[in-house]
Ligand binder design. Structure first.
Ligand code: FO1
Length: 327
């Protein structure tokens, strides 16, 4: 994979699923050529702390510090602060490990001192020894509200406190009226040296959609000469992790890779689906989207690297197709 070292790669990621692919990409692409833009609409203020779950999942994963069994937080974690909080009758539905609290203290203080979320993320990144560029999707707060029959729930109340049990009827992204996309994110989308935009196998509705709804992002993605490729988060009718399939059912969508391709629509040049969904390839191709069928389940580092190599190979074949006069 010598070519993948040269291409500038922009990956859009939510939490766990996105971080897995980002780790694979980080293993085959030089850090100066890889930027991961991360969803911040799951962020919230809790117990006086500013918490950015998806950014931290990316940072911890790329630093080799993530708790892989749990899917979030740090490995070698202890829970003394939560035990104390519980003794006092405090709120413990959102579990914050002792090591993890250090990250939130650092972020909260830096934000209070006037640093932007991008600056704080850079600081944390350096502290953790991560080389890949990690950008929050915006420096202004955007917050996902999950619509349910009993009213709106903030994302972490829906996801963690209510364990994704309430029926979903729709989503709102509070703050989008004033938020701007992170400036380097917009610049990269206009960079003539951009080789590919990769939409990671993250939840299309609550992880990717908030990024797409930021001003100018969709338009720039439609106009970039770089191919835009998504990896399906739905495999054999199930989400690998999280509530994407449940949300699709409740939104009256079929829980298929095809439905995800239809959702992204003309934003995509290419869509990568798992071998178990090979029967959907021709229907996706009829949407005018090139399809690659490969194993997409990432259980270990080798799987992550193998999928990343497929993404890069696919992007190169699509880039050649996009050349004027087939040159
Ligand atoms: N997810 C849970 O299911 N339970 C938790 O108690 C929890 C705590 C937590 C603390 C810090 C952090 O960065 C993430 C945490 N998560 C927890 C994960 C997180 O809320 C979700 O996975 C994402 O927001 C969805 O991408």
């Amino acid at each position: 994979m010598t070519n993948s070292k040269q291409a500038k790669v922009l990956a859009l990621s939510g939490g766990v699923g996105g971080a897995k692919l980002a780790l694979g990409l980080a293993n085959i692409i030089d850090p100066q050529n890889l930027t991961v833009v991360v969803n911040t609409a799951d962020d919230f203020e809790h117990l006086g702390l500013s918490i950015s779950p998806d950014i931290d999942t990316l940072l911890y994963t790329l630093a080799g510090e993530s708790n892989q069994q749990q899917g979030w937080g740090l490995k070698n974690e202890t829970w003394q602060a939560m035990t104390m909080l519980n003794n006092f009758g405090g709120e413990t539905w959102f579990q914050l490990g002792d090591r993890d609290i250090g990250t939130h203290l650092m972020r909260s203080q830096a934000l209070k001192n006037g640093k932007s979320l991008s600056q704080v993320t850079e600081l944390l990144k350096q502290g953790l020894g991560v080389k890949t560029t990690i950008l929050p999707m915006s420096d202004q707060p955007v917050r996902t509200m999950v619509q349910t029959p009993s009213g709106p729930l903030s994302f972490q109340h829906y996801f963690v406190r209510e364990q994704c049990q309430p029926q979903v009827t729709g989503f709102n992204f509070n703050g989008l009226d004033t938020a701007q996309a992170q400036p380097e994110f917009l610049q990269l989308l206009q960079d003539p040296n951009l080789g590919v935009v990769v939409i990671c196998p993250s939840n299309p509705f609550v992880s990717v959609e908030p990024m797409l709804q930021l001003p100018n992002v969709k338009q720039l993605m439609k106009h970039t000469s770089a191919p835009v490729i998504a990896v399906s988060p739905i495999v054999a009718g199930l989400a690998i992790k999280g509530p994407a399939a449940k949300m699709m059912q409740e939104l009256n969508m079929p829980t298929t890779a095809l439905a995800v391709a239809q959702y992204y629509g003309d934003l995509l040049d290419g869509f990568i689906i798992d071998e178990s969904d090979a029967d959907q390839a021709s229907a996706i191709a009829k949407l005018g989207i090139e399809v690659l069928v490969v194993p997409t389940i990432m259980k270990n580092l080798d799987d992550k690297i193998a999928l990343s190599e497929q993404v890069m190979k696919f992007s190169q074949s699509l880039a050649v197709e996009n050349l004027p006069c087939g040159l």
